[in-house]
Unconditional design. Structure first.
Length: 104
């Protein structure tokens, strides 16, 4: 190894967890603090929650179905508005003479 390029190694570094547990480990830092350790991690303490992935998938699919239904309703409203607009336009053209039709 080259000299003076590697950080100092502490074989007995102190690691402190947020739960209050401390232990020794090898590190390049003399003291470290961590948020979770083997004494408070849910997997190791037996308090692990199982995720209901099937329920999550069903919730997602229901949201997609609702969004598609809203999209279809909006599309139907746009079609209805456009039909009304065209109907008014056609009725107006029947009662009004066309511009330039009487010119000779």
């Amino acid at each position: 190894m080259k000299k003076d390029i590697h950080p100092k190694y502490y074989p007995e570094a102190t690691v402190s967890c947020a739960c209050g547990h401390t232990f020794k480990a090898g590190s390049t830092q003399e003291r470290m603090t961590v948020e979770i350790c083997d004494h408070c991690h849910p997997f190791y303490t037996g308090k692990e929650r199982l995720m209901d992935t099937a329920g999550r998938i069903e919730k997602f699919k229901s949201r997609v179905r609702e969004a598609e239904a809203r999209s279809e309703q909006a599309k139907a409203r746009r079609t209805k508005v456009e039909a009304n607009r065209m109907d008014k336009k056609m009725r107006g053209s029947l009662h009004e003479p066309q511009k330039g039709a009487n010119k000779k």
